[in-house]
Design a protein around this ligand. Structure first.
Ligand code: UN1
Length: 519
């Protein structure tokens, strides 16, 4: 069944499609249209920001524990609709159904965490340096938050922004990826209905990249947006950061990754192989936390690569409603870009992992493929061994089912290779040695470190975010994201009946500095 989706501004669906109409298709069966998307233009973006601006003060007046109740109800409604939302995720972006269910679970986990935050959202009472004076801190909502998200996690990652932003008393406009518009419209509906949200508190904006940028620029200049959250590529994140910076705002940026996994001689190799497969090829390698390069110590390289190659050749790929490790690419533009990355393979590389490279077709088959590859955007898993630090495949994110392998001698070399590409999102180390764990944790530039686990699969209540080309140091999830969606206000209250001047009118106790203990 195909549906029609449009922007929703101030509670009303936007008229027409000033930005044009596009079809969001099933990447496993490109002939199947999942939704017809009526795109808005920059004006729609600005109208949504203004609607949010108008709705925000009344929303901030709703007591935080009551906003927490709204989040609780959203979580329950998402849970009640988990299977149909997961099916839609699988149909629209091709994520295997088990993973899609996990993605929906992540929304519920996020709601479960923040429903209680409505009863906390603590400030502090702080002692003053003067008598009859109290110091207090309050968290105030930022105001209007504009959230721009990618389609590889079309519902979970948006919830990391939307749920805490709403809980904190902000109004939001959400611009999801066009190719996951049906999933976004479904989540939007669940949040609005589950939360009983007043019109304008959450707005949905469906625009393409240029209209989004133009709309954001205008909304920032007009003073209708106070905070930007963006998940997507490093290149676009840099532009968004530049734009927000011009308005003295620090955005919450969650960008790309070139996530390393270090395999040391003490590693349990089969466990490391299993993790490399899940981290490298799960979601067809299209997570920001996907494994980029395995850094294997010289002495275990051949053994690791032989096992990794064998396991990858045996991996199930195909229909995402089946029992597969991965299905199709998200969308045609990701498939096209992945083909460019495959063009970076050089003669000094050894390509392993499948019966071919590139798109899986009848003429370029993958042994054991489940279903008919013809109509979908399915790609061979590709292991590229023999990477050198100067290679593009080593240095750049290669969003798709491609894992590089390089070797190292000692751990300090592994750490410097891990940091070399300049990203810093996730990382992993396989070892049994505690000293190696702590040396790696300390030396790696990543915001997230897994020990004997995959680079992907972060839990919903730990700080999530990166450094360097992966982000500007902002963190999502758990208590840490509250600092993105609130601003601290400090209050001092003097009831002494006189003007007490800080630093000047303070009592001084006189120490006897010359005192020494008798021998
Ligand atoms: C992303 O790819 O943008 O840790 C987020 C993970 C997921 C989130 C990934 N929970 O892989």
């Amino acid at each position: 069944m195909s549906r029609v989706v449009t922007s929703v501004v101030g509670g009303a669906p936007a008229d027409g499609a000033p930005g044009g109409e596009i079809a969001s298709t099933n990447p496993a069966r490109m002939s199947e249209v999942v939704a017809t998307v009526g795109l808005g233009d920059a004006k729609v973006f600005v109208a949504a920001a203004r609607a949010a601006r108008a709705a925000q003060p009344a929303w901030a007046d709703v007591p935080a524990p009551i906003r927490g109740r709204a989040i609780a109800h959203i979580g329950r409604l998402v849970e009640a609709n988990a299977e149909s939302l997961a099916r839609l995720v699988t149909r629209e972006v091709g994520k295997p159904y088990a993973e899609a269910l996990g993605e929906v679970r992540e929304i519920v986990d996020t709601c479960d965490f923040f429903l209680g935050e409505g009863r906390r959202l603590y400030g502090q009472t702080v002692p003053s340096e003067m008598p009859d004076k109290q110091l207090l801190t309050f968290r105030n909502p930022v105001g209007v938050v504009s959230v721009i998200t990618a389609g590889n996690f079309p519902v979970a990652v948006p919830s990391w922004y939307l749920i805490p932003a709403l809980l904190c008393g902000n109004a939001v406009l959400w611009k999801p990826a066009e190719y996951s518009a049906a999933c976004s419209a479904a989540l939007f509906e669940l949040i609005i209905r589950g939360g009983g949200l007043p019109d304008g508190v959450l707005n949905l904006v469906l625009t393409d990249g240029p209209a989004t940028y133009a709309g954001l620029e205008e909304a920032l200049s007009g003073g209708y947006v106070d905070k930007v959250g963006f998940t997507g590529s490093t290149a676009v994140g840099a532009r968004i950061g530049e734009l927000a910076g011009r308005h003295l705002q620090s955005p919450c940026l969650e960008l790309g990754g070139k996530n390393p996994m270090v395999v040391t001689p003490s590693a349990e190799l089969d466990l490391a192989v299993e993790a490399a497969m899940f981290a490298g090829f799960g979601t067809a390698g299209q997570r920001c936390t996907s494994l980029g390069t395995v850094l294997v110590q010289d002495s275990v390289h051949d053994d690791f690569v032989a096992r990794f190659d064998k396991a990858t050749r045996g991996m199930a790929i195909g229909d995402p409603f089946g029992n597969v490790v991965y299905g199709p690419m998200l969308d045609e533009r990701f498939a096209a870009r992945f083909e460019e990355y495959l063009g970076w393979i050089q003669p000094h590389h050894q390509v392993l992992g499948s019966t071919g490279t590139g798109r899986i077709t009848a003429a370029n088959p993958r042994a054991g493929f489940s279903g008919d590859p013809g109509g979908g955007l399915f790609y061979h898993p590709t292991i590229v061994d023999g990477l050198r630090a100067a290679d593009a495949i080593f240095r750049e994110e290669t969003f798709g089912p491609l894992v590089g392998v390089a070797t190292y001698g000692d751990l300090s070399e592994a750490i410097s290779l891990a940091n070399e590409p300049g990203y810093g999102l996730s990382s992993a180390i396989y070892t049994r040695m505690p000293d190696e764990v702590f040396a790696f944790r300390r030396g790696v530039s990543a915001g997230m470190v897994s020990v004997n686990n995959s680079t992907s699969g972060a839990e919903a209540h730990l700080p999530f975010g990166g450094n360097g080309k992966s982000g500007n140091g902002s963190r999502q999830s758990g208590i840490w994201v509250l600092d993105q969606f609130t601003r601290w206000q400090s209050v001092n209250w003097d009831y002494s009946g006189r003007l007490q001047k800080a630093q000047m009118d303070v009592a001084e106790l006189v120490p006897d500095e010359s005192y020494r203990l008798p021998d």
